[in-house]
Ligand binder design. Structure first.
Ligand code: LMR
Ligand code: MG
Length: 488
């Protein structure tokens, strides 16, 4: 059986577990996720950071269930890390000992720097590559930051700033000025004053991004790699801070689970943005847990995937594409046709990769059902092609597969995803190029059994074979570019 690993993160606010299944060397997928708002740090900050009986019991009970769930998946390993609340607690040993004795679970308390590092390697490996970026994970007890440039991580830093900590020490007493002074003092430790991109990790950031997504009526329902500009964030943070009650927070699309900690979290973020010059924001759906998982998976490769390797593409190929040879032929042919015609169609070379990927993944949907292949491939790409791609990439690749074979993208579709797709004409041409590639492989040759030559407005298909089905399929295609012809 494929190797399954569970990772539990005991945060100061919530405890979460993920279970990942490895399907090939570096390809994996999420089998299960569990979270519980146990808030182990509750009332600790008012009592010298001593963990209190009731929150400890809640955490113990949740862990006990987590272990049972993990066992039900027959996991090979279970990693359990704990962060700020346990790190700071004078009575942490009691809790760790009890869990070890009664649940046979080893909790590993990680340092703030390690925590920052784990979150950052998850982002560096699983988000589209970012230059000159700062990751921030606002937790219940601490805030972790790290510098990320493409796939390398440096300057991990942990600050004693957290949502529950600030709530209990300042917000509950109505001392917002005190909170601001404390945050600003902590932020002096930051070694940066300017980055391109802020990468947001963790529950608080996800809650903020998710609300922004709803307000903006964003067309794609995917939080991981959701991007917006810094001014959108600034405006929204100000509105959250001005909310006077839960009803107003609700109208800002804040989940009721977060009502009591969203303002402290927002204030940390607002003060940070005041101090650092940032231009855009990207949301991460992955964090410490994925970092712990990747540090194990990539232990022999400096915590990096091999060059040109994409784990989500690999996962879809491994689990849904049965005929790899056909997928690879389609991929190679689409690149060939692109290379011959992209200047003629005035299409930027950067779209070559996405066209070729759409070609490679196109057959995936037939693993669900042959007749609705396009629909299933589209769905697989919009949901499972999640790591390493921007939403622009995902939507283009998905759209090309949705309309592959005999249709051009509909007006309605192009309009709905306008924010994420290239100009209509470009999307239509790329869609045509994929359909043409599929048509030319109608007879499913083992290897490409024809040559291509492009001249004037005409693509010549040269072969000693009749290519009967290919010819028939090509006549059914529509190209938005009137003069373009295919001649056999
Ligand atoms: C943490 O403390 O890191 C997490 O519990 C984050 C959260 O707000 O749920
Ligand atoms: Mg955390």
């Amino acid at each position: 059986m494929a190797k399954r690993i569970a990772v539990i993160d005991i945060g100061s606010n919530s405890a979460r577990m993920v279970i990942y299944e490895k399907v090939s060397r570096f390809a994996f997928h999420l089998l299960h996720e569990e979270k519980s708002k146990v808030r182990i740090s509750e009332d600790a900050y008012k009592h010298g950071r001593v963990l209190q009986e009731i929150p400890m019991q809640r955490t113990f009970d949740a862990l006990s269930d987590f272990i049972q769930i993990s066992d039900s998946f027959k996991t090979k390993k279970l990693f359990c890390v704990a962060t700020s609340a346990l790190r700071d607690a004078p009575n942490k040993k009691d809790f760790i000992q009890k869990v070890k004795n009664k649940l046979k679970l080893n909790i590993k308390i990680i340092s703030g720097e390690k925590e920052a590092y784990f979150g950052a390697i998850a982002c560096a490996n699983l988000l589209p590559p970012q230059d000159n970026a700062l990751s921030i994970d606002i937790g219940g007890g601490s805030t972790e930051l790290a510098y990320i440039d493409k796939n390398s991580v440096s300057h991990p830093l942990s600050l004693k700033l957290g949502t529950v900590r600030l709530k209990e020490l300042y917000f509950d007493a109505g001392d917002i000025q005190g909170a601001i002074a404390y945050i600003d003092e902590q932020l002096q430790k930051l070694p940066f004053d300017k980055v391109n991109t802020l990468i947001g990790i963790g529950g608080t950031f996800r809650a903020i991004s998710s609300s922004i997504m709803k307000r903006e009526s964003y067309p794609l329902n995917k939080l991981h790699a959701y991007e917006y500009d810094i001014s959108t964030l600034q405006t929204f943070l100000q509105e959250i801070l001005q909310a006077k009650n839960n009803k107003e927070l609700k109208s800002l699309f804040i989940d009721s689970n977060r009502f009591d900690v969203i303002q402290p979290g927002t204030l940390i973020l607002q003060r940070l943005i005041n101090k650092i010059n940032i231009s855009k924001v990207i949301t991460s759906g992955v964090g410490v847990r994925e970092g712990v998982y990747l540090a194990d998976l990539l232990r022999n490769s400096q915590h990096k995937f091999p060059h040109n390797y994409n784990t989500s593409v690999r996962y879809i190929m491994d689990t849904h594409v049965k005929d790899k040879q056909f997928a690879n032929n389609l991929n190679a042919l689409s690149k060939k046709i692109f290379d011959l015609t992209y200047e003629y169609f005035a299409i930027d070379y950067k779209y070559r990769y996405n066209l070729a990927l759409a070609a490679k993944l196109y057959p995936a949907g037939s693993s669900v059902h042959f007749y609705s292949q396009n629909k299933h491939t589209y769905y697989l790409i919009t949901s499972a092609l999640e790591f390493g791609f921007s939403h622009h990439d995902i939507m283009l690749i998905a759209t090309l597969t949705k309309y592959a074979k005999n249709k051009l993208p509909s007006k309605k579709h192009l309009q709905f995803y306008k924010k994420l797709l290239p100009q209509e004409e470009i999307t239509k041409i790329l869609s045509f190029l994929l359909s043409l590639s599929i048509a030319l492989l109608s007879h499913r040759p083992r290897n490409l059994d024809f040559a291509l030559h492009f001249e004037g407005d005409t693509l010549h298909v040269i072969s000693s074979k009749k290519l009967y089905l290919a010819k028939e399929a090509v006549t059914k295609l529509t190209c938005s570019h009137q003069k373009f012809k295919v001649v056999f």
